[in-house]
Design a protein around this ligand. Structure first.
Ligand SMILES: Nc1nc2c(c(=O)[nH]1)N[C@H]1C(S)=C(S)[C@@H](COP(=O)(O)O)O[C@H]1N2
Ligand SMILES: [Mo]
Length: 210
């Protein structure tokens, strides 16, 4: 493993890169499948599954973007070993969603759902961490289509596949279930500081049977 690369003057995130990562200049576009076309009249953001009141919750695009706007400075670590540091993301905190549509007391995990059935599972503790944001903006500008417009999830403490672009909803779960990449060889938890890249590295208790 090489020397950690350091940087200066960045608030948020860490002063060095996670193990095995290198610094990426610019902002590449990385995803599986096509970029969905945004149709505002057909778009909604749903919270479903084990909600505290047993109801589904839904916001139109207008309603969702009227929720309290907050910013977070976060790094993005792709499991393909490049990292982008210190971006400012703006949007709606996951904690705001948890407050408006609370989970039932026995919820342990969430599945974040995106267009075309892409999904990623998170422990409730990771989802409710302070820096987790449903981002509509980066560096003060609306996201572009290829970077996830109208909404993408940013989970600063995990590898970037844990943050779906083109998010459409959150499912509250009372047991863990693997998302899209977690079923296809990536680690169920995905902590870059522990270099949890692949499912074969999982320890007992890190995830459901494959
Ligand atoms: N819906 C969706 N979101 C996704 C992905 C994907 O394949 N589909 N790929 C993830 C991966 S692996 C990375 S590294 C980041 C890349 O974000 P960027 O294209 O804005 O750099 O998006 C994540 N979000
Ligand atoms: Mo990635």
């Amino acid at each position: 493993m090489g020397q950690p690369q350091s940087r200066e003057g960045c608030e948020g995130g860490h002063a060095e890169l996670p193990p095995g990562q290198r610094l990426q200049r610019g902002w590449p576009v990385t995803h599986y499948g096509p970029v969905p076309k945004f149709k505002p009249e057909r778009w909604d953001f749903r919270v479903f599954g084990a909600t505290a009141d047993g109801e589904k919750h839904a916001w139109s695009h207008e309603e969702f973007t009227a929720l309290p706007y907050e910013t977070v400075v976060a790094d993005l670590h792709c499991v393909a070993k490049f990292s982008m540091l210190g971006a400012e993301w703006g949007g709606i905190h996951a904690r705001t969603i948890l407050k408006l549509a609370p989970p039932a007391p026995d919820v342990t995990h969430v599945m974040v759902w995106a267009e075309y059935g892409f999904s990623s599972n998170l422990r409730l503790a990771d989802f409710s961490a302070g820096g987790v944001v449903f981002a509509t903006h980066r560096a003060g500008e609306l996201l572009t289509a290829e970077h996830g417009f109208p909404v993408r999830l940013v989970v600063p403490q995990l590898y970037a596949w844990k943050g779906p672009k083109w998010v459409r909803g959150v499912e509250y779960m009372t047991a863990d279930r693997r998302g899209f990449w977690e079923e296809r060889g990536y680690h169920n938890i995905g902590d870059p500081w522990q270099e949890q890249r692949y499912s074969y590295q999982e320890e007992p208790g890190d995830g459901p049977e494959l």
